[in-house]
Design a protein around this ligand. Sequence first.
Ligand code: NAP
Length: 301
Amino acid sequence: MSSAKIIDGKACAQRLLIGVKADVERLKADGIAPTLAVILVGADPASQVYVRNKILRAQECGIRSLEYRLAADSGQTELLALISRLNADSEVNGILLQLPLPAHMEEPMALQAIAPGKDVDGFHSENVGGLSQGRAVLTPCTPSGCLHLLEQVCGDLSGKHAVVIGRSNIVGKPMAALLLQAHCSVTVLHSRSVGAQALCRQADIVVAAVGRPRLIDAEWLKPGAVVIDVGINRVEQDGRTQLVGDVDFASALPQVSAITPVPGGVGPMTIAFLMKNTLTAAVQQAHAQRSPSEAVCLSTY
Ligand code: NAP
């Protein structure tokens, strides 16, 4: 029988959201109503579910949400015009552009059009640069959620060897930057890495963000490692569609000291950090607009 701890991302996210809700109530009492604008282009079924969940969580926290839907065949100009309008709207604190965009659109250009202070996904190059220099205010939600779970499980991460599998702009790279900031020794693996399994087996902490169902099994893991599984993969099994991670959970469980499940691990943390970022953006914008002598004590949020 394994003594590994299954990390409950859902419960952890719930605790964070309770804190966000309390802060939102205090802000509202001070005349600030945190507002998140969510843009969905097209009708990708998975994206629709993600957007619905984000809006529901926002409502639960008392964050006002505004939903903008553009048709799948909308032009880039139309999207940029909407982003520009939301940038200029002082009542909108955060802008989330649901990815992926339809193939004819230029994702980097659209993300770069979002005002850095409203970029609650942390994808604007100004926020990416801030993260690499250790001075970011808005950091990407999924890696931030992973880091929070790791700190809950491990405490101080200083000196630990962390392996991040995957180097995407939205997960792998910011994850590596956050772990480095937390004083880990960080190895990043990708599809061209040679000897990936052996390198991974040296890690105290493994963050898998690959997008390959059950790629990482016990053979990849050092006994006692802590594993964060970011992967969300849809597979057909026993005649139905199932969500599985990048880690083979059944194989890994006896080998590790702690592991996130899929679903119920990283996913809920991503949404919790989106709410935290919206709150942070609202506080930052209020800071910029109000004089220090005004009653609101924003530093407590
Ligand atoms: P991505 O952009 O496709 O990046 C995947 C990365 O994995 C790439 O860097 C790729 O290397 C690397 N890779 C592919 N095959 C590999 C292999 N055999 N060995 C080592 N590395 C390999 O994916 P992503 O957007 O980062 O997402 C990764 C996974 O996380 C997906 O399943 C996604 O659905 C999930 N996800 C979950 C959440 C959440 O909230 N839970 C949020 C975002 C993403 P190259 O760079 O060399 O191609």
